[in-house]
Structure formats: C-alpha cells, structure tokens
Ligand binder design. Structure first.
Ligand code: ADE
Length: 222
C-alpha cells in the first residue's frame, strides 16, 4: 500500500514515520508513506496557498490551485482520495478495515479556517476522527494511517488484531500480566487455571459486560 499525505507541515510526521510499528511496516515494505508539502505546487509568486474568504469572515481559506495541481501530479487509477474534515463520516474500525483494500490512499490535510469548497470535488470520501475541531488534518491523517497500517498483513502479530476492540462489535476483554497479586489486586482465578474453554467463556462474558456498561450503543447497533 502507498499513502501520500498532503500537508503544509511535513515535520509533524517525523515521529509518526520513524518510530515503532509504523517504522517497521515501512522497513518491511508493507507500506510506503510520502508526506508531500503542497506549498511546492503553488503558482503564487510568494508561494501562498491560502487567501481571504469571499464574503468576509475571520481566518484564511486554502486555495484550490496548489491542491488541485498536486493531486493532478500524483493521482493514478488506483488512488482513493480522502479529505480530513470534521464534517466527514465518523471514522471507525470498520472503515479502517475497508481502507486496507486500497492500493493508494491520498490524504488531504486542511489547515487554517478551512478549504475552498471546490476542493471537496477531489475527494472520494471525507473523514472526521470525532466531534471536535483540531488545528488541521495532520493528526487525523496519522490516526487514520496508523489504524490502517497495523491491520496490514505482517505489521503486527495477527492474533493481536483478531482480538481488537470493535472487531466483533464488542470492546476487548481485560488482560493481566505478572504478578498474580499486586498490592492486593488479584488476577481472576480462571486466568490462572489453564482451562482454555473456561478462559474463552470468561473473556467473552467480560466483553459483553464491558460493552453493555461502557458502550451500550455498540450492542444496540448489533
Ligand atoms: N480537521 C480538523 N478537525 C478534524 C477532525 N475532527 N477530523 C478530521 N479532520 C479534522
């Protein structure tokens, strides 16, 4: 998979790309990530990428030209273009799974007050990572890329994401490691029993209990 991220602040991605599981996925060639500073595509004599809003109002608006030209330069028949915006569909694990089937993702990060409405016409999908407003699409694009990359075959131990929260519409069960008694807080007996059937049953019941308590909306969706 290839992910091209269009951003005016490419340095924001340094830690994301150069650490941990994402770095390993890149090294293993499971994914290629390019962060493209679309200011390079500006035809403005001062390399401007934004301008005042027609009709007035606070803040600057990202202009069409640099983003359209950048997309023209990198888009292929395999590309799927996603715009980061709080007005998009709310991101979830199911969408992350669907996006693992794409060969080439292009993620457009807005910044400042907003982007010219005509930029929407470039996008195959608009995604929001939640009902709050961030300073730009950089963090959302990292959130989305991260959740997709960890699902790519070979990125992490397969079993880890079979058990993920949301995978079966339920939150994950509680897990423990040594010691079995920490400051009087004991690991449930069943997990020490070595009885696999009972452990499986206990885990499923805990998943149901947790989801009912914390996210009853997930059960109703069921
Ligand atoms: N840009 C600013 N806020 C955002 C959000 N919540 N999701 C996606 N893109 C955004």
């Amino acid at each position: 998979m290839k992910i091209d991220i269009l951003s005016l602040f490419p340095n924001m991605f340094d830690g994301f790309i150069n650490e941990s599981i994402i770095k390993r996925a890149i090294d293993k060639k499971l994914v290629e990530i390019n962060v493209i500073d679309f200011r390079k595509y500006s035809k403005d004599p001062h390399n401007r990428v934004d301008d005042y809003s027609y009709g007035g109002g606070a803040g600057m608006v990202l202009s069409c030209q640099p983003i359209f030209d950048c997309i023209d330069a990198i888009k292929t028949n395999d590309s799927f273009i996603i715009l980061m915006t709080p007005q998009g569909v709310k991101f979830n694990q199911e969408i992350a799974h669907d996006l693992t089937n794409k060969k080439h993702l292009i993620l457009i990060c807005g910044h400042y007050e907003g982007f010219d409405e005509r930029i929407r016409s470039l996008a195959d999908m608009e995604i929001s990572i939640g009902d709050y407003v961030l300073t730009g699409g950089e963090l959302p694009s990292m959130v989305i890329s991260d959740s997709i990359i960890r699902l790519l075959e070979g990125a992490i131990n397969e079993e880890s994401h079979v058990n993920d929260s949301f995978n079966d519409g339920l939150l994950d069960y509680p897990v423990y490691t040594k010691p079995s008694d920490f400051r009087g807080m004991k690991v449930p007996e069943v997990l020490l029993s070595g009885h696999h059937e009972n452990i499986k049953k206990w885990r499923y019941e805990e998943q149901l209990k947790r989801t009912k308590e914390r996210r009853p909306d997930l059960i109703k969706k069921g």
